[in-house]
Design a protein around this ligand. Structure first.
Ligand SMILES: Cc1cc2nc3c(=O)[nH]c(=O)nc-3n(C[C@H](O)[C@H](O)[C@H](O)COP(=O)(O)OP(=O)(O)OC[C@H]3O[C@@H](n4cnc5c(N)ncnc54)[C@H](O)[C@@H]3O)c2cc1C
Length: 459
């Protein structure tokens, strides 16, 4: 490239950047366009505010878009229609007990009390919730059916929220990243940005940037068990909001780890998990966040061992997925357990003994080792045998900035930071050490997102 051409290109780039950047003003600016951001935007607009929402990626929805789209709620009309008896009392106790009382009790109470009303609110926004998509809590099938899944999952939740926000006049700026909060006289008055806009000034800022599940450095600092695993999240979730809020003195809490998850090459109901010693170590059917805890104890992986009889009973497309995974080495297949053990590098005598004991449990209908539900037991007897890796994973981080019940961000002296609100997975302190159940994160973001939107609009 000639020097002249390079200089001309530089001028075009500089002018292009300067020309495209704008300074904007609004009543409320929302940083992060996932579930919490959209909910807050709708509520702020309903309360009469002029709302700008900035999103660093080129699309809205965040991790909420790829989620199951379900939330826990108790006493809803959807439950009533199915004859399910449930109450805010029961949901509150559930969260407190699963969180070992190491969670914010006032927030748990607020979210439990408000949960049913928020199902109605989501329905008013066009989110479809039906009795057919209700399912029990995560720890036991005996729990009340209170996981309310939007028809269409995460997209079924996000798409109507985008439409609702648009119809209320919320202005969206995608490809626009919030980089720094603007403080004047001890008050947050806007956010500096990168992208098509250079800053947005507002009476109030709501941070809804989600967690930090895509940021290896923050995972190393706050959730070291999950650094070397492949997490399921969206690339925008780099903890930007957490860092911005921290820089203006926000208190941080609840950084215990991540929403534990596990991943496998093919989705199957588990047969028998063995560790690298060829030994079983858990009830393989437990709630996924607990399974993740057990996998951490085994160095982050195990093998699900099953036999040909199990494969023969699967749907044809699942069988095809298994043979594809065998062909490309993601699942190991061998004619005997001894050969399988050799291929995995685990002691053959240990694996054979483990399978033998498990088969006796399955035949007796009683798992003496780990008390697994007898109905889920099946023998591993007819070769060829298979070993499918089960890897530790996560569905986003846990913990972040502290907010009060009005969704205002709190500083280290437990004072409100004027003009600053937050909601969703950027906040911390509601969840305990272990994720308490599917639907908890979205229950939190809907209730606290609405409160943040309403209060920010009232500023
Ligand atoms: C596969 C999967 C399934 C799940 N299923 C469920 C479920 O069924 N129920 C449940 O309760 N939970 C579920 N979860 C967890 C739940 O989805 C998340 O905790 C929740 O959606 C987070 O919502 P949020 O609005 O706080 O963040 P997000 O929805 O992630 O939105 C944050 C947005 O902010 C943007 N952003 C980040 N930084 C900036 C910045 N500096 N400037 C501008 N924008 C920024 C991001 O790009 C993103 O779009 C699931 C998670 C996964 C991964």
């Amino acid at each position: 490239m000639s020097k002249l051409f390079a200089a001309a290109l530089m001028i075009v780039l500089v002018l292009g950047g300067a020309g495209s950047a704008e300074n904007l003003e609004a009543d409320v600016v929302i940083v992060g366009g996932g579930g919490a951001g959209l909910v807050a935007a709708i509520e702020a607009a309903v309360h009469g505010a002029n709302v700008i929402l900035i999103e660093k990626l080129s699309f809205l929805g965040g991790e909420t878009l790829i989620s199951g789209g379900g939330l826990q709620a108790a006493g809803s009309s959807v439950q009533e229609a199915k004859g399910i008896e449930d109450s805010a009392d029961a949901l509150y106790k559930y969260w407190m007990e699963k969180g070992l009382y190491r969670i914010n009790a006032d927030k748990a109470s607020l979210i439990a009390n408000e949960s049913a009303a928020h199902i109605e609110w989501l329905q008013e926004q066009g989110v479809e919730m039906t009795p057919e998509t209700l399912s029990p809590g995560s720890w036991s099938p005996a729990e009340p059916q209170r996981f309310h899944r939007a028809v269409g999952g995460g997209a079924g939740l996000i798409q109507p929220l985008i439409k609702s926000a648009e119809s209320l006049g919320v202005q969206f700026y995608t490809d626009t990243e919030g980089t720094e909060l603007i403080m004047e006289n001890g008050r947050v008055v806007g956010v500096k940005t990168e992208g098509s806009v250079s800053e947005v000034r507002a009476n109030a800022v709501i941070i809804t940037t989600g967690g930090f599940g895509a940021n290896k450095d923050l995972l190393a600092q706050y959730a070291p068990d999950y650094v070397d695993v492949v997490g399921v999240t969206t690339p925008g979730n780099m903890g930007g909001g957490l860092l911005m809020a921290e820089a203006v003195g926000a208190k941080i809490s609840g950084l215990h780890g991540a929403i534990g998850w596990f991943s496998t090459p093919v989705g199957l109901s588990p047969t028998i998990y063995v560790n690298m010693q060829g030994e079983r170590f858990m009830d393989e059917t437990i709630f996924y966040a607990l399974k993740a805890e057990a996998l951490i104890q085994q160095g982050g992986m195990a093998y699900d061992v099953f036999d040909q009889t199990f494969v023969d009973g699967l749907a044809e497309n699942t069988q095809n997925n298994i043979s594809g995974a065998v062909d490309d080495g993601r699942i190991i297949q061998a004619d005997s357990l001894t050969a399988l053990a050799e291929a995995l590098g685990v002691p053959a005598d240990a694996l054979t003994a483990t399978v033998d004991t498990f088969n006796k449990s399955a035949e007796a209908g009683k798992d003496l080792a780990y008390h697994r539900n007898p109905a889920s037991l099946r023998t591993v007897a007819a070769g060829p045998f298979y070993a499918m890796p089960v890897y530790l994973s996560h569905l986003g981080s846990i913990g972040g900035v502290v907010t009060n019940l009005e969704a205002q961000v709190i500083n280290d002296k437990d004072q409100v930071i004027p003009g600053l609100y937050a909601a969703g997975s950027v906040t911390g302190g509601f969840l305990g050490d272990v994720y308490p159940g599917s639907g908890t994160a979205i229950a939190q973001l809907v209730v606290m997102g609405r409160i943040a939107g309403a209060n920010a609009a009232d500023e």
